[in-house]
Design a protein around this ligand. Sequence first.
Ligand code: PMP
Length: 382
Amino acid sequence: MEKLIYFDNAATTFPKPEEVYRKVDHILRNVGGNPGRSGHRMALSANRVVLDARDSVARLFNIEDSSRVVFTSNTTEALNIGIKGFLKPGDHAVTSSMEHSAVTRPLKVLERINVRHTKVKCSPEGVLEPEDIKRAIRPDTKLIVITHASNVTGTINPVREIGEIAREKGIKLLVDAAQTGGMLPIDVEKDNIDMLACAGHKGLFGLQGTGFLYIAPDIQLEPIKEGGTGGNPEMDVMPNNLPERLEAGTMNTPGIGGLGEGVEFILREGVEKIRRHEVALTDRLIKGLLDIKQVIVYGPKDANKQMAVVSFNLKGKDPSDVSFVLDSSFGIMARVGLHCAPDAHRTIGTFPQGTVRLSSGYFNTAEEVDFVVSAVKRISSL
Ligand code: PMP
């Protein structure tokens, strides 16, 4: 079989650590029953799987009380719960011009119930100035929602500084860590994060269909879905206690078990080691691309200021054609277009055609980066 080179880790990581495959296989074969429902032995094992995964997530992000980690089906669901469950009519939120649709669309729909928001403009490199956030805060501002790093340019936002501003003003901070969880150190206490939305299937090495939301102890969210929770079946509304309040319906036990195993892998390797590898690959990729005359690279163009996400275009070529040839002629998996973040492309000047995005991961190698660069060079001369 042709060897495929996977550079779409910002969408979902591939491959996963061996331990994750083994864990999911084990759960599917041996663990029946729904966690928190039946009292039989298998259901208790399912419960253990979910509890252990909650503890692993809590350890990675320095969350004191793991019951404040709510499992979701992806980052999008976590952001929807955080945004819609928190903001009330008359409230105002501050966000940036580099956000994913998982932030912009929930905020847009809330305009119908008189929740307003301000989008702070970032620089063409995707850089957000904390002072601009400060200026956008109004007396009715209740929430700042910000991506930790852009999925288009990889630009890392100064979350801790923004968190300090939020604390000073008595505003809550919701961070979209889809592109940073497991790949950049995050400490909800030190980083002043009140809510953390994260994917399970990207940097945490879990399966698609997993994610989580952390909610600080002084925040009570309205659920966005109601249903069975196992406990409190006599109540006709959702219970107040977490995580049950925000976890209606049967849980994705195999997916959550896989996610927990992915987090354990990260805890063993160390986030710093993972980051060092990704910085080295990104540095090599950026330098290699910048050496090609027709290439335009977007974003900071500095591996230390961004994640392993590099967007580029070839002058005079349609990004869709470039991406098609990368796959069909070279076996390189890249993502093209607007990456569900049209505002980000407006900010960096690539709307509506978009960019080709190359996102390496922990399992990519320097040789693969060199092959990708040589492929782009070949395409540039066609
Ligand atoms: N936010 C950002 C910054 C993202 O990159 C993504 C995924 N592309 C999302 C939110 C949505 O994540 P999910 O696919 O897990 O819902």
